[in-house]
Design a protein around this ligand. Structure first.
Ligand code: ATP
Ligand code: MG
Ligand code: ZN
Length: 268
Protein backbone atom coordinates (compact mmCIF):
# COMPACT_ATOMS: atom_id res chain seq x y z
CA UNK A 1 0.00 0.00 0.00
CA UNK A 2 3.05 2.18 0.42
CA UNK A 3 4.72 3.06 -2.83
CA UNK A 4 7.99 4.94 -3.12
CA UNK A 5 9.53 6.14 -6.37
CA UNK A 6 12.98 7.63 -6.60
CA UNK A 7 14.35 8.62 -9.97
CA UNK A 8 17.77 10.09 -10.67
CA UNK A 9 20.78 10.05 -8.36
CA UNK A 10 20.53 7.68 -5.41
CA UNK A 11 19.77 9.00 -1.92
CA UNK A 12 20.19 7.12 1.34
CA UNK A 13 17.04 6.19 3.34
CA UNK A 14 18.09 8.83 5.92
CA UNK A 15 18.38 11.52 3.26
CA UNK A 16 14.95 10.59 1.89
CA UNK A 17 13.46 10.80 5.38
CA UNK A 18 15.11 14.19 6.03
CA UNK A 19 14.16 15.72 2.66
CA UNK A 20 10.57 14.55 3.12
CA UNK A 21 10.30 16.48 6.38
CA UNK A 22 9.52 20.21 6.01
CA UNK A 23 10.70 20.98 9.56
CA UNK A 24 14.04 19.29 8.93
CA UNK A 25 14.46 21.29 5.72
CA UNK A 26 13.68 24.57 7.51
CA UNK A 27 16.13 23.76 10.31
CA UNK A 28 18.98 22.62 8.06
CA UNK A 29 18.74 24.82 4.98
CA UNK A 30 21.66 27.12 4.15
CA UNK A 31 19.10 29.46 2.62
CA UNK A 32 15.32 29.45 2.21
CA UNK A 33 14.13 31.13 -0.98
CA UNK A 34 10.43 30.61 -0.32
CA UNK A 35 8.29 28.92 2.31
CA UNK A 36 4.69 29.30 1.26
CA UNK A 37 2.89 26.07 0.40
CA UNK A 38 6.06 24.81 -1.29
CA UNK A 39 9.49 25.11 0.32
CA UNK A 40 12.39 26.18 -1.85
CA UNK A 41 15.68 25.86 -0.02
CA UNK A 42 19.38 25.42 -0.52
CA UNK A 43 20.95 22.41 1.19
CA UNK A 44 24.44 20.99 1.27
CA UNK A 45 24.10 17.34 0.38
CA UNK A 46 26.46 14.43 -0.22
CA UNK A 47 25.42 12.52 -3.32
CA UNK A 48 27.57 9.74 -4.79
CA UNK A 49 30.24 10.66 -2.25
CA UNK A 50 30.41 14.28 -3.41
CA UNK A 51 29.29 17.11 -1.15
CA UNK A 52 27.44 19.74 -3.17
CA UNK A 53 24.97 22.59 -2.85
CA UNK A 54 21.54 21.64 -4.17
CA UNK A 55 18.13 23.26 -4.23
CA UNK A 56 15.18 21.29 -2.91
CA UNK A 57 11.61 21.98 -3.92
CA UNK A 58 9.35 20.33 -1.37
CA UNK A 59 5.77 20.37 -2.58
CA UNK A 60 2.91 21.14 -0.22
CA UNK A 61 -0.83 21.13 -0.89
CA UNK A 62 -2.64 24.22 -2.13
CA UNK A 63 -6.12 22.69 -1.87
CA UNK A 64 -7.96 19.52 -0.97
CA UNK A 65 -9.06 18.76 -4.53
CA UNK A 66 -5.49 18.15 -5.72
CA UNK A 67 -4.93 15.89 -2.72
CA UNK A 68 -8.02 13.83 -3.51
CA UNK A 69 -7.15 13.66 -7.19
CA UNK A 70 -3.54 12.69 -6.50
CA UNK A 71 -3.96 8.92 -7.11
CA UNK A 72 -4.59 9.63 -10.78
CA UNK A 73 -1.96 12.35 -11.12
CA UNK A 74 1.78 12.47 -11.46
CA UNK A 75 3.27 14.21 -8.43
CA UNK A 76 4.18 17.85 -9.00
CA UNK A 77 7.81 16.95 -8.34
CA UNK A 78 7.66 14.32 -11.11
CA UNK A 79 5.90 16.78 -13.42
CA UNK A 80 8.75 19.24 -12.85
CA UNK A 81 11.28 16.48 -13.48
CA UNK A 82 9.62 15.49 -16.78
CA UNK A 83 9.25 19.14 -17.77
CA UNK A 84 12.95 19.78 -17.10
CA UNK A 85 13.94 17.10 -19.61
CA UNK A 86 11.39 18.23 -22.20
CA UNK A 87 12.76 21.77 -21.98
CA UNK A 88 16.43 20.72 -22.04
CA UNK A 89 15.63 18.72 -25.19
CA UNK A 90 14.40 21.82 -27.00
CA UNK A 91 17.37 23.94 -25.92
CA UNK A 92 15.79 25.81 -23.00
CA UNK A 93 17.99 26.15 -19.91
CA UNK A 94 16.63 24.83 -16.61
CA UNK A 95 18.42 23.90 -13.36
CA UNK A 96 19.89 20.44 -13.91
CA UNK A 97 17.57 17.89 -12.27
CA UNK A 98 19.26 15.57 -9.76
CA UNK A 99 16.63 13.41 -8.05
CA UNK A 100 12.88 13.23 -7.73
CA UNK A 101 11.00 11.39 -5.01
CA UNK A 102 7.31 10.57 -4.57
CA UNK A 103 5.78 8.56 -1.75
CA UNK A 104 2.19 7.38 -2.03
CA UNK A 105 -0.14 5.57 0.34
CA UNK A 106 -3.09 3.78 -1.27
CA UNK A 107 -2.26 5.89 -4.33
CA UNK A 108 -2.54 9.20 -2.49
CA UNK A 109 0.59 11.32 -2.64
CA UNK A 110 2.07 11.84 0.81
CA UNK A 111 5.42 13.40 0.04
CA UNK A 112 7.13 14.63 -3.09
CA UNK A 113 10.28 16.64 -3.62
CA UNK A 114 12.70 17.53 -6.37
CA UNK A 115 16.43 18.16 -6.05
CA UNK A 116 18.14 20.26 -8.69
CA UNK A 117 21.52 21.88 -9.08
CA UNK A 118 21.83 25.27 -7.39
CA UNK A 119 21.95 28.08 -9.91
CA UNK A 120 24.74 30.45 -8.86
CA UNK A 121 25.25 34.14 -9.40
CA UNK A 122 21.85 35.21 -10.70
CA UNK A 123 19.22 37.89 -10.19
CA UNK A 124 15.53 37.42 -10.90
CA UNK A 125 14.35 39.05 -14.14
CA UNK A 126 11.53 40.62 -12.10
CA UNK A 127 14.01 42.57 -9.99
CA UNK A 128 16.22 43.60 -12.91
CA UNK A 129 13.33 44.78 -15.06
CA UNK A 130 11.92 46.89 -12.21
CA UNK A 131 15.28 48.38 -11.21
CA UNK A 132 15.52 52.03 -12.39
CA UNK A 133 19.34 51.85 -12.12
CA UNK A 134 19.57 48.93 -14.49
CA UNK A 135 20.72 50.12 -17.97
CA UNK A 136 17.92 49.98 -20.56
CA UNK A 137 20.20 48.06 -22.96
CA UNK A 138 20.58 45.25 -20.43
CA UNK A 139 16.83 45.14 -19.85
CA UNK A 140 16.31 44.82 -23.60
CA UNK A 141 18.73 41.90 -23.75
CA UNK A 142 16.81 40.19 -20.94
CA UNK A 143 13.45 40.69 -22.66
CA UNK A 144 14.94 39.35 -25.91
CA UNK A 145 16.40 36.34 -24.09
CA UNK A 146 13.06 35.55 -22.42
CA UNK A 147 11.24 35.91 -25.77
CA UNK A 148 13.69 33.49 -27.34
CA UNK A 149 13.10 30.91 -24.60
CA UNK A 150 9.33 31.18 -24.75
CA UNK A 151 9.36 30.86 -28.53
CA UNK A 152 11.25 27.57 -28.19
CA UNK A 153 8.79 26.35 -25.53
CA UNK A 154 5.72 27.21 -27.62
CA UNK A 155 7.28 25.87 -30.83
CA UNK A 156 7.72 22.55 -29.04
CA UNK A 157 3.95 22.61 -28.24
CA UNK A 158 4.42 23.27 -24.54
CA UNK A 159 2.63 25.81 -22.37
CA UNK A 160 4.39 26.88 -19.17
CA UNK A 161 1.31 28.31 -17.39
CA UNK A 162 3.33 30.45 -14.96
CA UNK A 163 5.51 32.79 -16.96
CA UNK A 164 6.08 35.43 -14.30
CA UNK A 165 9.36 37.40 -14.40
CA UNK A 166 10.13 35.84 -10.98
CA UNK A 167 10.62 32.51 -12.69
CA UNK A 168 13.54 33.66 -14.87
CA UNK A 169 17.01 33.60 -13.30
CA UNK A 170 19.38 35.95 -15.14
CA UNK A 171 23.13 35.41 -14.86
CA UNK A 172 24.80 38.45 -13.31
CA UNK A 173 27.64 38.50 -15.84
CA UNK A 174 25.65 37.61 -18.95
CA UNK A 175 22.05 38.88 -19.28
CA UNK A 176 21.46 36.49 -22.16
CA UNK A 177 22.21 33.50 -19.99
CA UNK A 178 18.76 32.89 -18.50
CA UNK A 179 17.37 29.88 -16.67
CA UNK A 180 13.67 29.17 -16.25
CA UNK A 181 12.24 27.57 -13.08
CA UNK A 182 8.85 26.61 -11.62
CA UNK A 183 8.05 23.92 -14.13
CA UNK A 184 5.35 21.86 -12.43
CA UNK A 185 2.51 23.45 -14.41
CA UNK A 186 4.14 22.87 -17.79
CA UNK A 187 1.79 21.14 -20.19
CA UNK A 188 2.46 19.29 -23.43
CA UNK A 189 -0.18 19.81 -26.10
CA UNK A 190 -0.69 18.54 -29.61
CA UNK A 191 -1.41 22.02 -30.86
CA UNK A 192 -1.45 25.42 -29.16
CA UNK A 193 -3.73 28.17 -30.40
CA UNK A 194 -2.37 31.69 -30.70
CA UNK A 195 -4.75 32.89 -27.99
CA UNK A 196 -3.34 30.39 -25.48
CA UNK A 197 0.25 31.28 -26.37
CA UNK A 198 -0.51 34.95 -25.77
CA UNK A 199 -2.38 34.16 -22.55
CA UNK A 200 0.72 32.29 -21.35
CA UNK A 201 2.90 35.29 -22.25
CA UNK A 202 0.54 37.89 -20.73
CA UNK A 203 1.62 36.93 -17.20
CA UNK A 204 5.07 38.41 -17.87
CA UNK A 205 3.76 41.88 -17.05
CA UNK A 206 6.47 43.51 -19.15
CA UNK A 207 5.00 46.99 -19.61
CA UNK A 208 2.27 48.97 -17.85
CA UNK A 209 0.76 50.14 -21.15
CA UNK A 210 -0.91 46.73 -21.67
CA UNK A 211 -0.55 47.55 -25.37
CA UNK A 212 -3.33 50.10 -24.94
CA UNK A 213 -1.27 53.08 -26.14
CA UNK A 214 1.71 53.69 -28.41
CA UNK A 215 4.91 54.75 -26.67
CA UNK A 216 8.64 54.53 -27.19
CA UNK A 217 10.63 51.75 -25.53
CA UNK A 218 7.58 49.49 -25.08
CA UNK A 219 8.79 46.13 -23.75
CA UNK A 220 5.75 44.28 -25.08
CA UNK A 221 6.55 45.46 -28.61
CA UNK A 222 10.19 44.45 -28.21
CA UNK A 223 9.10 41.08 -26.83
CA UNK A 224 6.72 40.37 -29.72
CA UNK A 225 9.36 41.29 -32.30
CA UNK A 226 11.87 38.91 -30.73
CA UNK A 227 9.27 36.19 -30.17
CA UNK A 228 8.10 35.99 -33.81
CA UNK A 229 8.79 38.97 -36.08
CA UNK A 230 6.63 37.63 -38.92
CA UNK A 231 3.64 37.02 -36.67
CA UNK A 232 3.94 40.42 -35.00
CA UNK A 233 0.60 41.96 -36.08
CA UNK A 234 -1.76 39.05 -35.20
CA UNK A 235 0.20 38.32 -32.02
CA UNK A 236 -0.13 41.92 -30.92
CA UNK A 237 -3.93 41.82 -31.25
CA UNK A 238 -4.12 38.45 -29.46
CA UNK A 239 -1.79 39.63 -26.69
CA UNK A 240 -3.85 42.77 -26.12
CA UNK A 241 -6.94 40.57 -25.64
CA UNK A 242 -5.00 38.23 -23.35
CA UNK A 243 -3.79 41.16 -21.24
CA UNK A 244 -7.39 42.36 -20.79
CA UNK A 245 -8.49 38.84 -19.81
CA UNK A 246 -5.69 38.60 -17.25
CA UNK A 247 -6.66 42.01 -15.87
CA UNK A 248 -10.29 40.95 -15.42
CA UNK A 249 -9.17 37.69 -13.82
CA UNK A 250 -6.94 39.60 -11.37
CA UNK A 251 -9.83 41.91 -10.43
CA UNK A 252 -12.20 39.01 -9.81
CA UNK A 253 -9.53 37.26 -7.73
CA UNK A 254 -8.93 40.42 -5.68
CA UNK A 255 -12.68 40.73 -5.04
CA UNK A 256 -12.85 37.20 -3.67
CA UNK A 257 -9.64 37.40 -1.66
CA UNK A 258 -10.26 37.48 2.10
CA UNK A 259 -9.29 40.87 3.53
CA UNK A 260 -5.98 40.91 5.42
CA UNK A 261 -6.46 41.04 9.17
CA UNK A 262 -5.04 43.96 11.14
CA UNK A 263 -2.64 43.71 14.09
CA UNK A 264 -5.39 42.89 16.57
CA UNK A 265 -6.21 39.90 14.39
CA UNK A 266 -9.61 41.28 13.38
CA UNK A 267 -10.61 41.80 9.78
CA UNK A 268 -10.46 45.39 8.56
N1 ATP B 1 17.79 25.71 -8.83
C1 ATP B 1 17.72 26.90 -8.23
N2 ATP B 1 18.84 27.56 -7.90
C2 ATP B 1 18.80 28.75 -7.26
N3 ATP B 1 17.64 29.36 -6.92
C3 ATP B 1 16.48 28.75 -7.21
C4 ATP B 1 16.45 27.49 -7.89
N4 ATP B 1 15.15 27.12 -8.04
C5 ATP B 1 14.41 28.11 -7.51
N5 ATP B 1 15.19 29.09 -7.01
C6 ATP B 1 14.74 30.32 -6.31
O1 ATP B 1 13.53 30.01 -5.61
C7 ATP B 1 12.47 30.89 -6.04
C8 ATP B 1 11.16 30.15 -6.03
O2 ATP B 1 11.21 29.03 -6.90
P1 ATP B 1 9.97 28.51 -7.74
O3 ATP B 1 9.56 29.61 -8.66
O4 ATP B 1 10.29 27.19 -8.32
O5 ATP B 1 8.91 28.31 -6.57
P2 ATP B 1 7.42 28.85 -6.39
O6 ATP B 1 7.25 30.16 -7.09
O7 ATP B 1 7.09 28.75 -4.95
O8 ATP B 1 6.63 27.76 -7.11
P3 ATP B 1 5.05 27.65 -7.23
O9 ATP B 1 4.64 28.79 -8.11
O10 ATP B 1 4.92 26.28 -7.82
O11 ATP B 1 4.52 27.80 -5.82
C9 ATP B 1 12.91 31.37 -7.42
O12 ATP B 1 12.33 32.63 -7.73
C10 ATP B 1 14.42 31.44 -7.27
O13 ATP B 1 14.79 32.65 -6.63
MG1 MG C 1 7.95 30.90 -8.96
ZN1 ZN D 1 4.35 49.47 -23.41
Amino acid sequence: MLYRALIGKKLTPEQIAYFSDPDWIRANACHIYKDKVNILAELTVTIDGVEQPVVIKWFGWRNRISRWLSPVMRSRAKKSWDASYSLLKCGVKVPEPITVYTRRRFGFIQRNFLLTEKVENYTLARRLLRDPDEPEKRKELIVAGIADMIRKIHQASMVHHDLTPGNFLVNNNDPQNIIIVDLNRLENRVFIRRSLKMYDIAKLNLCDCNLGREHSGCRWILFLKCYAEKEFAPNRIALQTALSRRKIKRRIKAMHKPKKSNKSGKSE
